[in-house]
Design a protein around this ligand. Structure first.
Ligand SMILES: [Zn+2]
Length: 327
C-alpha cells in the first residue's frame, strides 16, 4: 500500500505491516529525485514485510541501481531488510553508534547484557527464556554490509536534495532523524511518534537513556515543522504539542515509580513493573504476552535509572538482586 505525501520533492509512504506486533506497521518512506531515489527504513527481515516493501517499490517504479538507503536506527523493524538493498549495490547510510551495536547484537553480546541485567533486576529465568523468540531478535538483519556513517549536523545529498541529519539519542543511542529545512519536513523515526509513546529502554552503551531522550526532545522542539513523518502510525503537521505530551507522560511515569518504591521499599524492578499503568487494552500484568513484559521491564528500568541518576532513588544489592528504596 503506497501513498504520496508530498509533491516536489516527491515523497511516498510504503505501509509495511508488522504482523503480531503492537506497532502495527512501519512507514518506509521513498523520496524520488530526478536522478536518484532514497528509501528510509525497511521493515523486519521476514517474508510479510519483504512482500509489502518490494510491492511498494515496484509500484513506485524505484530502480535500485539508482537508490540510496537510510537506516534511522538499529531496530529490526527499521533495518531488517537492508540485505535486499546491499545485494542490489545500494549505498547504506546510518549512524556509526547504532551500526556498531547491530554488529555486537549479531554477535550475541548485546542480548547477553540485557539478559544478565534483567536477571539482576528480578525477572524470572523462564520469562527471560521466552524472549528468545522476540521479533526484534528473530527478524533482525544479517550484518555483512558496509555503511556511509552519518553524524549530527551532516548535510547529505540524497534523492538530489540536501537532507540535514539530526542525532537524537534516547530511543537508541545512534538514532538519527532527517530534516528538510526549506520544506520544513521532519522524518522523526521513532524519536517522536504521534499515537503511541516511543519505547525507552536500558542499554549497555548508554546510561540514563531517558535523560538523553528528554534532552533530544528539547533539541528538536523549536524546529520549524510543517510535516512530521514518523516511523510508525500517522504523522502530523507539528511536533511541539506532541513533545510536551510525551514529556508529561514520562514525568507521570517517574512519579509513579517513586510512589511504588515508597509504598513497597526494597522492591526489585520486576516487583515495581506490574504496579505501573500500562495501556494494554485492560490486560493485567500476568496476562501480558512475554514480549510486552520485556518492553515494560525495560521502560520501568529506564525510569528507575533516571531516578537513581537524579538522586531520588537508592539501590542496594541483596543476594544478587537489585532492590530499590526512596531517598
Ligand atoms: Zn525503534
Amino acid at each position: 500500500m503506497i501513498q504520496q505525501l508530498y509533491h516536489n520533492p516527491d515523497i511516498y509512504q510504503i505501509h509495511v505491516d508488522l504482523p503480531d506486533n503492537p506497532l502495527k506497521y512501519l512507514n518506509s518512506y521513498v523520496v524520488k529525485g530526478p536522478t536518484r531515489h532514497l528509501v528510509i527504513d525497511t521493515g523486519f527481515n521476514r517474508p510479510e514485510c519483504q512482500a509489502a516493501l518490494c510491492g511498494g517499490l515496484r509500484e513506485l517504479d524505484v530502480d535500485l541501481s539508482r537508490t540510496d538507503l537510510f537506516l534511522t536506527h538499529l531496530h529490526g523493524d527499521h533495518s531488517g531488510l537492508v540485505g535486499l538493498f546491499t545485494a542490489a549495490g545500494c549505498p547504506v547510510y546510518m549512524n556509526e553508534i547504532d551500526y556498531t551495536y547491530l554488529c555486537d547484537e549479531y554477535a550475541g553480546q548485546a542480548w547477553q547484557f540485557i539478559e544478565d541485567t534483567y536477571m539482576k533486576e528480578g525477572m524470572p529465568p523462564e520469562d527471560i527464556k521466552s524472549q528468545f523468540t522476540n521479533q526484534a531478535r528473530r527478524y533482525s538483519p544479517r550484518i555483512d554490509f558496509p555503511i556511509h556513517a552519518v553524524a549530527d549536523g551532516d548535510v547529505v545529498r540524497l534523492a538530489d536534495i540536501d537532507f540535514h541529519i539530526i542525532h537524537t539519542p534516547g530511543h537508541t543511542k545512534g538514532i538519527c532523524c532527517l530534516y528538510l529545512p526549506e520544506q520544513e519536513i521532519f522524518f522523526t523515526s521513532d524519536h517522536i511518534l504521534f499515537d503511541i509513546t516511543p519505547n525507552i529502554q536500558v542499554w549497555p552503551n548508554m546510561s540514563d537513556s531517558l535523560d538523553h531522550y528528554l534532552e533530544s526532545l528539547e533539541k528538536v522542539r523549536s524546529l520549524p515543522v510543517k510535516l512530521a513523518l514518523p516511523g510508525h502510525r500517522k504523522g502530523n503537521t507539528s511536533i511541539v504539542g506532541r513533545i510536551d505530551e510525551i514529556k508529561e507522560h514520562h514525568r507521570r511515569r517517574l512519579n509513579e515509580v517513586l510512589s511504588i518504591a515508597a509504598a513497597r521499599p526494597g522492591s526489585t524492578a520486576y516487583d515495581i513493573a506490574p504496579h505501573m499503568t500500562w495501556s494494554m487494552r485492560g490486560k493485567k500484568w500476568h496476562e501480558f504476552p512475554p514480549t510486552q513484559k520485556w518492553f515494560a521491564m525495560g521502560e520501568t528500568l529506564a525510569h528507575i535509572e533516571y531516578l537513581l541518576h537524579h538522586g531520588q532513588l537508592r539501590r542496594e544489592e541483596q543476594g544478587g538482586l537489585f532492590r530499590y528504596y526512596p531517598v
